[in-house]
Design a binder for this molecule. Structure first.
Ligand SMILES: [Cu+2]
Length: 267
C-alpha cells in the first residue's frame, strides 16, 4: 500500500495506491462536483536553521535535531504552527485574534520561520478541496497527514507528469492544476482520515465540511508535530457550536509568555 515512488496513474502489480481503492459506501455527489466551494493548496517543507540563528541570548525557539545534525523547523504554507494557550473550542473569545494566521493573513513580522496558530476557516457544509504538496522531498520520507473530526475522500495522488521537474513545489502544483494535469478520479474515491503524501508528490482530498468545530490537521510523525507541521481546519462559526457547559474546566498559560508578557490573562 502506498508505494514511495508514488506512481499511481498506471497499472502495476507490486503495490496499490490509496487513490486506486474504491469506496464500499456511496460518496455524496456534492463532494464530487467539478468545482469545490473552497480550494486550499498546502505546500509543506522543512526550514533548516543555522545554529548561529538559534543560540542567542533570550532566544527559546523550538526545533528538532535530525540524525544528521540539522536543526529543523516545519512549515505548512510557510507557517509553523504554534498551539494556542487555551482551547479555541471552549475559550475562543479569550484568545487574541492576532495569535491566528493563515496563508492569506500572515503576521506583519513574519520571517523565514513564521510562527503562529495556523487556522483556515471554511463555511459549514461547504465542499472543500485540499491539495497537499510535498516540498520536503527527503528521499523515502512520506508524511502521513491526519484530519480530526471528519474523513475525506482521496481524489488523487501522484507526482508531476513533467519529467523535467525534479522537485515539485507549490508553483508547479498550481500550474498542473490550471492545466488539468493534477490526477483526479471521481469514481467512488475512498474515505480516509490519514494519508501518506507521496514523497516529492501531492494528494488531492475532498470533504464536506458538515462537522463544525476546530479540527487539527497534521502530519502524524510526533517529531513533526512538535516543530509545527499542523494547522486547524475551522469549520463553521461559533454559532454552529453548542454552548460551553457551565463551570467547564478552563486552561491558559501557566507561565507568562516569554515573547509577550501580556498575551494571555492568568485566571
Ligand atoms: Cu511529517
Amino acid at each position: 500500500m502506498n508505494p514511495l515512488d508514488a506512481i499511481c496513474d498506471v497499472k502495476r502489480n507490486d503495490a496499490v495506491c490509496v487513490s486506486n481503492l474504491k469506496s464500499a459506501k456511496p460518496v455524496d455527489k456534492a463532494v464530487l462536483q467539478e468545482r469545490p466551494d473552497v480550494k486550499i493548496f498546502l505546500p509543506f517543507r522543512f526550514h533548516f536553521y543555522k545554529p548561529k540563528d538559534l543560540f542567542k541570548e533570550n532566544m527559546y525557539k523550538n526545533f528538532l535535531v535530525a540524525p544528521g545534525g540539522d536543526h529543523v523547523l516545519s512549515l505548512v504554507d510557510e507557517i509553523s504552527y504554534t498551539a494556542p494557550p487555551a482551547p479555541p473550542l471552549s475559550q475562543m473569545h479569550e484568545l487574541p485574534p492576532e495569535l491566528f494566521c493563515n496563508g492569506d493573513n500572515r503576521p506583519a513580522d513574519c520571517s523565514v520561520d513564521c510562527r503562529c496558530t495556523h487556522m483556515i476557516d471554511v463555511p459549514l457544509n461547504s465542499i472543500v478541496e485540499i491539495v497537499l504538496v510535498d516540498e520536503v522531498q527527503s528521499p523515502n520520507l512520506s508524511h502521513p497527514f491526519h484530519l480530526h473530526g471528519t474523513s475525506y475522500n482521496v481524489i488523487g495522488m501522484g507526482r508531476s507528469p513533467d519529467k523535467n521537474i525534479k522537485k515539485i513545489n507549490l508553483k508547479h502544483a498550481l500550474d498542473l492544476d490550471r492545466k488539468g494535469l493534477l490526477h483526479r478520479q471521481y469514481n467512488l474515491p475512498p474515505f480516509k482520515d490519514t494519508l501518506a503524501v507521496p514523497n516529492n508528490g501531492y494528494v488531492v482530498l475532498r470533504l464536506k465540511a458538515d462537522n463544525p468545530g476546530y479540527w487539527l490537521f497534521h502530519c502524524h510523525f510526533i517529531f513533526h508535530i512538535v516543530i509545527g507541521m499542523n494547522l486547524i481546519l475551522h469549520i463553521g462559526t461559533q454559532r454552529d457550536l453548542p454552548p460551553v457547559p457551565p463551570n467547564f474546566p478552563r486552561c491558559g498559560h501557566h507561565l507568562p509568555s516569554i515573547t509577550s508578557p501580556t498575551y494571555y490573562p492568568i485566571h
